[in-house]
Unconditional design. Structure first.
Ligand SMILES: NC(=O)C1=CN([C@@H]2O[C@H](COP(=O)(O)OP(=O)(O)OC[C@H]3O[C@@H](n4cnc5c(N)ncnc54)[C@H](OP(=O)(O)O)[C@@H]3O)[C@@H](O)[C@H]2O)C=CC1
Ligand SMILES: CC(C)(CO)C(=O)C(=O)O
Length: 332
């Protein structure tokens, strides 16, 4: 049995696709989603036209449902990782593979310290999922699932392949996670813009904010000896230059970055909209912390982190591009 622990947008989509392809999946999450899924089942769609249904998924709110899972997929937000590990620790058999399908760089380490007897494997979800309500979850971008190669995953690879979501395996996932974090630096920009991702990324001033945040991250990675992997064949060091291009040129050169469902927003924007604390401390805040650890500065990421915290407390989340650029480049 595969247990999805923290079944929200990513967990319901990934677990739902696995279940639709015949895997035995148990979802563990909150009552509000349990009630929705009980009433409507799960519907999984994507931008390529897939449309699958799981009429009666097993969605539980009691952590005990994870007992004796053969594979656990953790999909809680980063601030909830330590609690999830504490809940899972008494339930899992020693050696159970536990994959972190979370953003950021440190969730696998957090899981490892709470689950010393499990085999914790870092993973990465490259695509965006929009929760449309009534049990419907939509993949709004391209991209797949990635994980660190580990023999404990071998018995489960077929389940992912059957669901047309093969796990791409890497010898060292840190470079892949670091590359994903470069993209996730846009989560804050997107949340503060109040716009869908595609609209926001179509506007150069927002992209210039992201380019500055990425340049700080690349400098921090260099100081820390982290080499971000190529994303879709592109050298991450070139991306800030591309982001700074005028709109017409960017639209032509980076069409792939704009191939996003018109309604999709970042998970940070989803959190703000739902009144939940965001993961900004694990995204832009991670870059600020990494820079500080290596005697460097990351003022743009620090400022974005502060602005998202202000938005969590009721502050602005409707910055125009020029306003946001001015706010991060020349803070009050
Ligand atoms: N959404 C997206 O498009 C993408 C998200 N990601 C990453 O995937 C991870 C998951 O994100 P996402 O799916 O959006 O998050 P969601 O908030 O939609 O889902 C997480 C769910 O887990 C629940 N949860 C938290 N703690 C527990 C617990 N101890 N036991 C059971 N349930 C719990 C949460 O409930 P509650 O809110 O009540 O705590 C929430 O319903 C994040 O790291 C995110 O950055 C990666 C790629 C894209
Ligand atoms: C897919 C992406 C980069 C943007 O939606 C994301 O990871 C998120 O929203 O957290």
């Amino acid at each position: 049995m595969i247990c999805v622990y923290g079944a929200g947008s990513i967990g319901c989509y990934v677990g739902g696709r696995l279940a639709a392809a015949g895997a035995d999946v148990v979802f563990v999450g909150r009552e509000r989603i349990a009630a929705e899924v009980r009433a409507h089942g799960l519907r999984l769609t994507d931008l390529d036209g897939a449309d699958e249904r799981v009429p009666a998924p097993r969605y539980e709110t009691d952590p005990a449902a994870a007992a004796d899972a053969d594979l656990v997929l953790v999909a809680v937000k980063s601030a909830a990782t330590a609690d999830a590990a504490a809940q899972l620790a008494p339930l899992l058999r020693p050696g159970t593979p536990v994959v972190s399908f979370q953003n950021g760089l440190r969730n696998a380490a957090t899981l490892r310290s709470g689950l010393p007897e499990a085999v914790v494997i870092p993973g990465m979800v490259a695509f965006n999922v929009v929760h449309r309500g009534d049990g419907a979850f939509h993949r709004g971008t391209g991209g797949g699932l990635e994980a660190q190669a580990h023999p404990a995953l071998a018995p489960h690879l077929d389940a992912f392949a059957r669901a047309a979501m093969p796990l791409a395996l890497h010898d060292d996932l840190l470079g892949v996670q670091a590359a994903k974090l470069l993209l996730n630096l846009n989560n804050a920009v997107n949340a503060l813009s109040g716009l869908p991702l595609r609209t926001e990324l179509s506007q150069r001033p927002y992209r210039r904010v992201l380019a500055r945040a990425q340049r700080e991250a690349l400098a921090a990675y260099k100081a820390a000896g982290i080499r971000p992997a190529k994303t879709a064949g592109a050298d991450p060091r070139l991306v800030p230059h591309v982001l700074g291009l005028p709109d017409a040129l960017f639209t032509r050169i980076a069409a792939r970055m704009l191939a996003v469902d018109p309604h999709a927003r970042s998970s940070t924007a989803d959190d703000l909209a739902a009144g939940r604390p965001t993961e900004v401390d694990y995204l832009n805040g991670e870059i600020a912390a990494l820079a500080a650890e290596h005697g460097a500065a990351a003022p743009v990421n620090e400022r974005l982190t502060a602005l998202v915290h202000a938005a969590e407390a009721g502050g602005r989340r409707d910055f125009t591009g020029p306003e946001l650029l001015a706010a991060v480049v020349r803070p009050d």
